[in-house]
Design a protein around this ligand. Sequence first.
Ligand code: C5P
Length: 400
Amino acid sequence: MNNIKKSNILVCITGSIAAYKSVDLVRLFKKNGHEVQVVMTESAREFITPLTLQAISGHKVHQSLLDIDAELAMGHIELAKWADVIVIAPCSAETIARLSLGRANDLLGAIILASKAKKFIAPAMNTNMWSNPVTKKNIFYLSSNDMNLIGPAKGDQACGDVGYGRMSEPEEIYESVQVTLNQSLNGKKIIVTAGPTREQIDPVRFISNNSSGKMGFAMAEAAASSGAEVFLITGPVSLTCSDLIKRIDVKTANDMYEESLKLMHSADIFIGCAAVADFKSVEISHQKIKKSFENHFDIRLEKNIDIISSLAEQFPAKTFMGFCAETERVEEYAKEKLISKGLDLIVANDVSKSDIGFDSDFNEVNVYTKEEKKYFQKSTKSLLAIKLINLLGPDSQSIH
Ligand code: C5P
């Protein structure tokens, strides 16, 4: 990340126990050369003092809409115009509800309405509050109206519950904002494959695998945030993606290949995240197969096309990033696949570890090129995706 564009960043803190993490967030922005000012709501000040944020940001904290002195120093409209980026972290359920109504009865609400800055929200709340349909509706409305959503993460909550609702860690918030500011893949067209494929045996049965599609969707989101035009070709998964992404739903490996091939001519980068079924049934029965046979029943399988290696062979000038999930000899197999599939990079993870991989929200990987190896410590798939996408930008000629 060499060419970081320096920006004016307004960090808005609302009432949540996660408010203490905003100190690290402000510190991260400052450390990377950004100018930071802070707005705190009344309830945020119950969790952390303005003095702390003043010391870290180097500016008086903005707290009130109707304070004459504050308005004389830098009024809410001036502050709204000053900001290139506004990050609300943590963003409480109450603030989400007020923002979705367009309320302007406090400093934060007024600034958000008045500002043309790029806006991010990092929600933090109890998991039941997060999954409540009213919150879901509000979040949907905000994220379809120029608010970039970061998180929330899943895990232990301060109240003792476990689930989605934890504020994303400051590093993830920082990286998500940074990748949007850098736009390092602007002008690039990227294809991402995700999820499993489904190979039908008869009208009701199929061969598939445990892939959740989470890593592929995270890669697609990170690529779109960094300015790329993203086509996400996905097998059957229960995930949604942002409007920035052009999504193509497929079932079989053949369909995934056909859709990829159509787009590949004009694409720059192919990211193969899909867990493509290695085999398909030679024959697909048109009727449901009956249990009338004896103890054994044979299905003849044939190999599916290897999508990524076939495309890498046909389009040698383009960049190919593959993924591999292994249960043993991870490095050896990864390096083998890097060469045999004609890839530029391969991201390898050890799925014998139960806390990472397939259905997990976390991953820990090594990335190999022909010359190098780089380790990425365990983190959420969305943070990891941002870091992997950064490897494809112009500032990353190498993976050092
Ligand atoms: O051989 P393996 O399945 O481990 O290789 C993984 C990589 O190859 C992934 O990038 C995956 O998306 C891609 N792949 C493919 N077509 C296949 C099998 C794997 O594109 N039939």
